[in-house]
Design a protein around this ligand. Sequence first.
Ligand SMILES: Nc1nc2c(c(=O)[nH]1)N[C@H]1C(S)=C(S)[C@@H](COP(=O)(O)O)O[C@H]1N2
Ligand SMILES: [Mo]
Length: 435
Amino acid sequence: MKQTHKGLRELYASDPLEADRLLFGRQSDPLTRRGFLSGMGTMTAILGAEVVFSRFMPAGMIPAALAEEETAFSIPGKHPGLIVLNDRPVNAETPAYLLDDPVTPADRLFVRNNGIPPVDIDLDNWTLEIDGESVEKPVSFSLAELKHNFKHYTYQLTLECGGNGRSEFDPPARGNQWTTGAVGCPRWTGVRLADVLKAVGVKDHAVYIGYYGADTHISGNPDKRPISRGVPIGKAMEDETLIAWQINGQDLPLMNGYPLRLVVGGWPASTSGKWLRRISVRNKVHDGPKMGGYSYRVPCKPVVPGAEVAEEDMCIIESMPVKSLVTYPRSGVLHQKAEPLTVRGHAWAGDLAVATVDVSIDFGQTWRAARLEKPANRLAWQRFEAQLKFPQTGYYEVWARATDDSGRSQPMVVPGWNPKGYLNNACHRVAVKVV
Ligand SMILES: Nc1nc2c(c(=O)[nH]1)N[C@H]1C(S)=C(S)[C@@H](COP(=O)(O)O)O[C@H]1N2
Ligand SMILES: [Mo]
């Protein structure tokens, strides 16, 4: 929890009123905190409870629960075991051992916010606008219309942040220091983006879609958007690309985009817009915030670690690369030598399927094939399992390596350095002490 609250404590030390504004999510009278009373601010979300007497709390004073380094707190609707990497904005990842379920429970799905989530969501007046240069005529749907007018589909879809694994890059890349836990694969229910776009009428020259959410910029500037990304029209029109309102049969958690979000399986999760209010069908590559520069883009050609790369030599990340995660046993486990050890986890490969998963207990000298299940549907992760025997007592590492159906495997070491630390699909390793 050490790094967890650092940003927040620093901010309270340097600019307490600004910290208040960011965390409580609205402007207030600095003396009375009036204005914090209604709605759910980020602070409420972080503390997991409303600050009942917030009106009496001196302005600019950090809540004790956050000031104390070791105090455990969790994000409402989220498993307390998630590791909070940043509280400004809220970002939290899931330890590998908590991702063991074949279908990720909603409370275990990571959270990646670029801005401040919306407060006071009014479902009756929530609309989704479809507009842009490449629609016949802009159309607005209420939530009820969206749910009523189109057929519902449920798919299990892998959502992985493009920056998952960033913490391993050297030289280090700035941004959330994700280890392995910015990934999950719940079952999503919604309507096909393609059905909605076809109903609205898309022109032939459509190139890209871009989303707009109801979250606000971390600076508090209402004219700035935290993020607005998208995908080429071909990906948008795939059967599995959903406008979803449910995870595993329940409303989306607020932090995962309630009440409506895009889900684009297999692509960087930054394309899956949360708190979805608007989709623009563009006649060019979408140009919203975090589409250009170094955001979610990597050098088009490999570069030397630490190199300066010109913006025009950066390319947008599309399908995510093949990857796997050992979710059982938990790293650091003690294991009895006489017993075989069951190792299991998931493997996924962006737009592709996983063909094989191999495991090693001797630092990659020898590998053996794990049993690999078929995905529940296209773009869902696949379960693998292997029984391992250990020749003698001692320290081992179990390594897992997946290969996609085009023949590409995960690298053993951190792959292609890039300025912002995306696409680290190196093999996952867990420590096992055999006694
Ligand atoms: N409106 C909006 N959509 C967003 C984001 C955001 O900050 N705002 N973050 C994106 C990024 S970078 C990721 S990795 C995923 C994270 O989804 P999750 O928080 O549900 O796990 O949401 C994406 N969609
Ligand atoms: Mo992300």
